[in-house]
Design a protein around this ligand. Structure first.
Ligand SMILES: [Zn+2]
Ligand SMILES: [Zn+2]
Length: 228
């Protein structure tokens, strides 16, 4: 066992892979998940690196879903275990489309941004957290016009507003993350914020995250805050 690991380490080094522990990889990918990719005009130093990472000490602690998300951020993960080297494909860059500006579907509440996790403040002091692939203004327009809609994605907020009597403040909608690229990345990020806000949030996450996933995202968020 140990011998084969030594052998494999040598092979990885020759192939240009860098060894990292699963927790180093986890931190890296969770940071990207929460804080997203920088715009095309600002080069991302991590991107330059063309990271080739071999994960050592494979274990299940990180959660398979997070590892799956690694591929969305050009983090190439190579498993030493169970059997052979398996690289995850690198991500596909999201295409940039400009917004259609029809008032009826796109009210300019704030600056346009696509593929975001957002938080709509409510007059009762709580907020609604959601994620969208669309431009935030398109999404907010949908929320605004969703009265009577039977779509669950709009009903959570509508139900709360009816029960509570509060009003949404669309122009002050905040962007919590620009994970972009994939629904999974946005859903993980959305679920993190919903769990993090607890009672102060009125929405329901589209996916459930594990305690491990929550802790990883939280520690990434805290370390980002500390360096800001
Ligand atoms: Zn827009
Ligand atoms: Zn309310």
């Amino acid at each position: 066992m140990t011998q084969s690991i030594v052998k494999q380490n040598k092979r990885l080094a020759l192939a240009g892979y860098r060894k990292e522990t699963i927790s180093q990889v986890a931190q890296k990918l969770v940071r990207k998940l929460l804080f997203g990719k920088k715009g095309p005009e600002e080069p991302d130093p991590d991107e330059e690196e063309k990271t080739k990472i071999a994960v050592i000490n494979y274990n299940h602690g990180i959660g398979h879903r997070l590892l799956k998300a690694a591929k969305l951020f050009n983090i190439k993960v190579v498993f030493k275990f169970p059997h052979k080297l398996g690289t995850l494909p690198s991500s596909v860059n999201g295409e940039v489309r400009s917004c259609q500006k029809a008032q009826s579907t796109h009210t300019q509440f704030r600056t346009c941004k696509r593929e975001v996790v957002y938080s709509i403040p409510l007059s009762c002091g709580r907020s609604y957290v959601g994620q969208t692939q669309k431009c935030i203004n398109e999404r907010l327009t949908e929320h605004k016009r969703s009265k009577g809609s039977l779509k669950t994605e709009y009903m959570n907020m509508q139900n709360h507003i009816e029960d509570c009597g509060c009003r949404p403040d669309f122009p002050n909608t905040g962007i919590l993350g620009v994970s972009g690229r994939s629904r999974l990345a946005r859903e993980l990020s959305e679920a993190f914020w919903i769990m993090h806000m607890g009672e102060m949030n009125v929405s329901i996450a589209s996916i459930k995250i594990t305690d491990v996933e929550y802790r990883l995202m939280k520690s990434a968020f805290m370390s980002k805050k500390a360096t800001d």
